[in-house]
Design a protein around this ligand. Structure first.
Ligand code: PLP
Length: 342
């Protein structure tokens, strides 16, 4: 398959085979040489800790072909930092930043023909993951780890246009425990959220707006994305130990300050929902996904956020600005892009 044979416009968010992935093994207390692989499978022991005790962490970031033809990766050093924190969180070997960045650059270079062209709206999704490899039946951290980065071209998130969707609050499910693994990007958190997510999808919602798992009083996150609300000139996002620190959210807080807004990172009680002018989920996949209505399935209350059914002005500005920075269309004043001259 040549670059020109991929129909970028019909790409979804799914796995598309590419030419190579890169791997590195941690053995005898150190990381080895980077390996280039064209295999889509791995060989692992049937008693590996990743399979039995969930020693698996991952990351997600994107590379874009910019207006000037250069390839930009959005804040990879933040993903490098976060995967180290996740590793520390569940007792896995920490990947040095240099190794992480070197492997990100290499895997992009090796799969250059899968980077969607500028203007297609598509991008190259980069998925780093680390797994515990040591064979053991007793519950303890592995001694050996495998770090892999695979890539897949993905289509534009908003195929049907940038439109608000409805989300719901369901108190019968928690994604993570208080003081649990919510602040790390652990595969197990996703397993724990599948049943709530599928239930919400069956009811026609795009995601679950989780409440804090301890008191169920405050807003936490929105499925696999962070949550923010706009009230007048203020950007509000939850402060919580049970949510994942989103790099997109962190960037939007900076943009909000650039726009002269006040940023508040604090507890957001459920009762505050009716005062929101705008609300959105945010993450690498969508940048911002505007919220139309929030339905509380326990009380039966329905809060209409996007009163005219359209994305609000601040969310639209965030989306356009962050998209333009990632594509090199406007100046990257914060120095967020890592630019590759391929
Ligand atoms: C990855 C992830 C996010 C979004 O983080 P970004 O760095 O913005 O992509 C939010 N919440 C959860 C639970 C996640 O796993």
């Amino acid at each position: 398959m040549k670059n020109s044979e991929i129909d970028w416009s019909t790409l979804g968010f799914g796995y598309v085979p590419t030419d190579y992935n890169v791997r590195c093994y941690y053995r005898d207390g150190k990381w080895g040489e980077i390996e280039i692989s064209s295999s889509e499978t791995i060989e692992m022991h049937i008693a590996a800790t990743a399979l039995h005790y969930g020693q698996e962490i991952f990351e997600g970031l994107k590379a874009f072909r910019g207006k000037d033809g250069k390839v930009r990766v959005f804040r990879p050093e933040e993903n490098a930092r976060r995967i180290r924190e996740s590793a520390r969180g569940i007792k896995m070997a920490e990947i040095p930043e240099e190794l992480f960045i070197k492997m990100v650059k290499l895997v992009i270079k090796l799969n250059e023909r899968f980077i969607p062209p500028y203007g297609s709206g598509a991008s190259l999704y980069i998925r780093p993951l680390e797994i515990g490899m040591t064979a053991q039946v007793g519950v303890k951290p592995a001694k050996e780890y495998c770090f892999i980065i695979l890539v897949s071209p993905v289509g534009p998130y908003f195929k049907a246009g940038f439109k608000p969707t409805n989300i719901c609050i369901m108190r019968d499910y928690d994604r993570v425990a208080p003081k649990g693994t919510g602040r790390w990007k652990v595969g197990g958190n996703y397993a724990a959220s599948l049943s709530a997510g599928e239930h919400a999808h069956e009811l026609g919602y795009s995601a679950v707006l989780y409440l804090d798992p301890k008191e169920k009083k405050y807003l936490d996150e929105c499925g696999p994305a962070n949550f923010y609300a706009i009230k007048g000139n203020t950007y509000i996002t939850p402060a919580s130990d049970s949510i994942l620190p989103s790099i997109t959210n962190m960037s939007l807080m900076d943009l909000a300050r650039d726009f002269g807004m006040t940023v508040e990172q604090r507890h957001i009680p459920v009762e505050e929902i009716p005062t929101f002018d705008e609300a959105a989920a945010c993450g690498t996949a969508a940048v911002c996904s505007p919220v139309g209505e929030i339905h509380d399935l326990d009380s039966g209350e329905k809060f209409v956020i996007a009163k005219d059914g359209k994305p609000g002005p601040v969310t639209t500005r965030f989306y356009n600005t962050l998209s333009a920075i990632r594509l090199g269309e406007i100046e990257d004043t914060h120095g967020w892009n890592m630019i590759l001259d391929l």
